[in-house]
Design a protein. Structure first.
Length: 165
């Protein structure tokens, strides 16, 4: 049953799975790249804001102005909310793309899996039939050998009885 060559059905199924995995990997890498770019932009904006605020704080003329600048930094300015929205948008798009990729590849992958399963069932049935036939042949040979030995013993025992009379 096991051969050194790969059956066409298995090769087709493996290729379909490989194509699916490759497309899925591309989608995931693209998404990771987009998230990385978003994080880089957010970090850059935060650094620029921190730098700007630090310079303003250093230039403050009195403790009241310094305190006012410090408090203004603690107030949410919508940047985090905008980042969260952009991140949610990227994740939602990735989800759509992954589903689309799955919808594209799953019919072919399922078809090739079924074809491979059919081939395995067919080959298994053939091998089972061959094994069954070999067992039948062996039993027939053994049965024929027993019959032949039994007939030979009858002749010998008949001779022995003939000599005894």
């Amino acid at each position: 049953m096991f051969t050194t060559s790969i059956s066409p059905a298995l090769k087709s199924h493996l290729q379909a799975q490989l194509d699916f995995a490759a497309d899925l990997s591309r989608k995931l890498v693209d998404t990771a790249q987009q998230v990385s770019e978003l994080n880089l932009r957010a970090a850059q904006e935060m650094f620029e804001e921190f730098n700007r605020t630090s310079q303003q704080m250093l230039a403050a003329r009195d403790p009241g102005e310094y305190f006012s600048l410090t408090l203004s930094q603690l107030q949410p300015d919508g940047k985090l909310q905008r980042y969260q929205q952009q991140l949610s948008h990227l994740v939602a798009n990735a989800h759509v793309e992954i589903n689309r990729t799955a919808e594209t590849h799953l019919p072919e992958t399922s078809r090739t899996a079924a074809a491979f399963a059919d081939e395995v069932v067919r080959k298994t049935a053939e091998e089972t039939e061959k094994a069954t036939q070999r067992q039948r042949d062996l039993i027939e040979k053994m049965h024929a050998g027993v019959l032949a030995d039994g007939a030979g013993q009858d002749k010998e025992s008949g001779r022995q009885t003939g000599h005894a009379h």
